[in-house]
Design a protein around this ligand. Structure first.
Ligand SMILES: O=C(CO)[C@H](O)[C@H](O)COP(=O)(O)O
Length: 157
């Protein structure tokens, strides 16, 4: 089954996004490019929302968001149910984000990652499986927090 991947960036990640769109299409992924498409300054929440909402709604399997640090994108994306977003770029952290945390939205720091082998890093992330096992019950506890912001007995201790 073809994996559907949504990508979005702000002005600081637009060049990396353009490169990744081409790489992922070449590698056989179904790619949904949600902008931005120029280096004109934009607000990263507007673009994180476009991808995170589709993950929440089951229309995309994975998301890749790029801003200067990856942090703002991750903060926004994690507001959406079922989204597990993390800002990472180191090879070990990127791999672990899949194996232990089942991260489904990879947030990249465009300001830092320009010289790194970004294609290999992202392809590795897309192809690394969640280990399940003991990690699955932890993900279940995270998922249980979705929608329970106002009366959350899970946070009482
Ligand atoms: O990294 C980011 C958010 O986490 C943004 O890319 C960054 O804050 C944008 O800053 P500026 O408007 O100065 O380009």
């Amino acid at each position: 089954m073809t994996i559907k991947v949504g990508l979005a960036s702000d002005h600081r990640g637009v060049h990396i996004k353009a490169r990744l769109v081409q790489t992922l299409q070449r590698e056989g992924f179904e790619v949904c490019d949600e902008g931005t498409d120029s280096t004109d300054p934009v607000d990263y929440p507007d673009f994180a929302i476009r991808v995170a909402k589709q993950i929440q709604d089951g229309k995309l399997d994975r998301g890749i968001l790029i801003c200067g640090t990856g942090i703002g994108m991750a903060i926004v994306a994690n507001k959406f149910h079922g989204v597990r977003a993390a800002s990472c770029y180191d090879e070990v952290i990127v791999e672990m984000s899949r194996r232990h945390n089942d991260v489904n939205v990879l947030c990249l720091p465009g300001d830092l990652i320009g010289e790194r082998p970004i294609d290999e890093l992202v392809l590795m992330w897309l192809r690394t499986e969640f280990e399940c096992g003991r990690h699955a019950q932890r993900i279940d506890k995270i998922t249980a927090l979705d929608g329970s912001e106002t009366s959350n007995s899970n946070l009482d201790g």
